[in-house]
Ligand binder design. Sequence first.
Ligand code: ADP
Length: 499
Amino acid sequence: MVNLYYRTVSCVLSLDEGTTSARAVLYDRQGRRLAMESVPIECSYPQQGWVEQDGRQIWGAQLSAARRTLATAGIAASEIAAIGITNQRETTLVWDRHTGEPVAPAIVWQCRRTASRCAALAASPGAAEVTRKTGLVVDAYFSASKIEWILDHTPGARERAEAGDLLFGNVDTWLIWKLTNGAVHATDPSNASRTMLMNLAAGAWDADLLRLFRLPASMLPKIVPSSGVVGEAAAEHLGAAIPVAGIAGDQQAALVGQACFRAGLSKNTYGTGCFALLHAGGTAPVSRHKLLATRAAGTSAAPEFAVEGSVFVAGAAVQWLRDELHLIETAAQSEALAASVPDAGGVYVVPAFVGLGAPHWAQEARGLITGITRGTSAAHLVRATLESIAFQTRELVEAMEADSGQQLAELRVDGGATANNFLMQLQADILGRPVVRPADIETTALGAAYLAGLATGYWSSVPEVESFWRVERTFEPQWDAVRREEAYAGWKRAVARAL
Ligand code: ADP
């Protein structure tokens, strides 16, 4: 139904809380970006394999990004029809429901501190049942073992949780709770499906899984539709009360932003990690190739599903080149340096810094560099690192094709690292399929805006927002099959050694 009140206001605000920064983006009625501001978020690495963030900083960064975006655009809060929220998924926060203070640092999705707990569970007879219920491979990546860890390692936390004083949330839930001044404790199915606590088909928390991870149900947010008004952001935050009307985990939001609304459409996002999602329609899929079954962010109350493959380290490997190896000063410099050599000189970088995700699921694997000679230069290492992103994506696409029995005609791409033309060309060459980059590569923020705008009648229908999707550039494969398969075989050998 079209709500005439919302039809008179001028834009939708998307809050996109990623792993490296909190962004806020304003969109107009044609889905065009009016303004975007971003505020960085720090990660800390207190032990090997551990990754933490500060929940207060996440909220502060997101709020200031939103305020700056409004200021940049010269838009008043009263002109905003709705807020959509999208977020780094699985990252786990536990806070006191009375004070609103986190009881521990947020455990970031990349954190491996619960790897041994999950390895033991994965080897137990119950693992198959967990996978059957949740669509997930048992792994430290998901929220359940992270919540359990916080309750076990924060003095008094388990007692307070049992007494009903603590709340769990992923970043979406945390931001909604903060925006509504504690009035709303909610999440959507796309985020909930990443906790390892939700029954995927039913879309409800599962009592057996809560028992398995020893978590009281009172900690968990209510699961509400991805597109629908869930509450109002209090006026004090942005200057007027605004309905919060869209929620989706970042990858599912990107699927919406790429206009992949139907079964068979897919996208790959290149950010800190790489995430390929294939829309799987209205029935819970079962992967036979170690991909995950997950909830897509539905535009109606009817459940929608997706198959997903995630690579933990993609753009993060470029950050490693910059921050640890000091081979480049900015991520963007990787493009020119990699292009300065005709190939990687036989070097392969396997960036298994936190284990390997799909389709290997090797928690204990660690990174390696193979094929180094006296002639190996910084350019070769940088090129091999970019190639590793493209090889890992090929592994995901192959698993998806095997699962669905269909060949991908093209790969729709988005995310920060897709700005790198050299990487996109490499991807087309290594995959042997065209790579299609849309005009707006901030599809995550766009998808959350669509969900919120559709819920409030700012946009009238899915076909209306579908019509906004535009190709900016298509990268056609240029390598011949021999070169492509030789390079890929070399990658496979390097991965086998990392395993
Ligand atoms: P996230 O949402 O995960 O924070 P973004 O979509 O903002 O990530 O992408 C940032 C990531 O992409 C960083 O890891 C960065 O190293 C990488 N990146 C950004 N620009 C480039 C580039 N031009 N070439 C290669 N990698 C890049």
